[in-house]
Design a protein around this ligand. Sequence first.
Ligand code: ZN
Length: 264
Amino acid sequence: MPEGHTIHRIAKDHTPLLTGRPVSVSSPQGRFASDAALVDGVVLERIEAYGKHLFYWYANGLVGHVHLGLFGKFRVARGAESPEPVGMVRMRMVTELGTVDLAGPTDCSIGTADDRDAVVRRLGPDPLRRDAKPQLAMDRIRKSKQPIGQLLLDQKVLAGVGNVYRAEALFVNGIHPTRPGTDLDDAELHAIWTTTVSMLRQGVKDNRIITVDRSEMRVKKGHHRRGETTYVYHRDVCLRCGTPVQTVELGGRACYYCPTCQPH
Ligand SMILES: [Zn+2]
């Protein structure tokens, strides 16, 4: 599943192609046809990213909601000419500048601003948003006896963090993933927040996840292979100390950690 940096990057990429102009909205596959008709030809005012959710704000007050889930994918074609839809395209958005196709999302629907608010109310703060209130996340962690590794994946605690960033944020701060939320002190909670903000921001910039500090990279320039871009995630040994990396299942996914750098 894409993490928050991908969603914010999508909003950034779609904005110049789609906003400020009427958008032809359709559903080549058909499943989204009646919703598409509600906004077809309406000016798209802005695109908002919130955690793993995207909201498309139309000038008639309606809001498109997209959650990619595990299999959702956008395909972008620049230029006035729209390509033939490839596969099951649930939603197609077309302007004179380009075509955006969406296939396989968990959710793609048109609703009201209230519907959008209802989705957002269920989410914790998104570290990539300037209006984020980190205190909310910290309070939720501090009150919970659940392991921190599990809490970081919970979108009600932090919106946008996924399996890679949770492992890497805990590693950088030397925090063992099974420590209960109630066990963490203020300094640790602040450090986790600050780390996720900077890692996610870097992810939007790089358009991929590279959590290793540039000074610790063996290959300084050029193509970084998977496994050289993280400290512990999907690695056999810790990038920093060489200890074999361990995993513990938290929140339904394997959480990678270094038992030496992240003592219990
Ligand atoms: Zn280590």
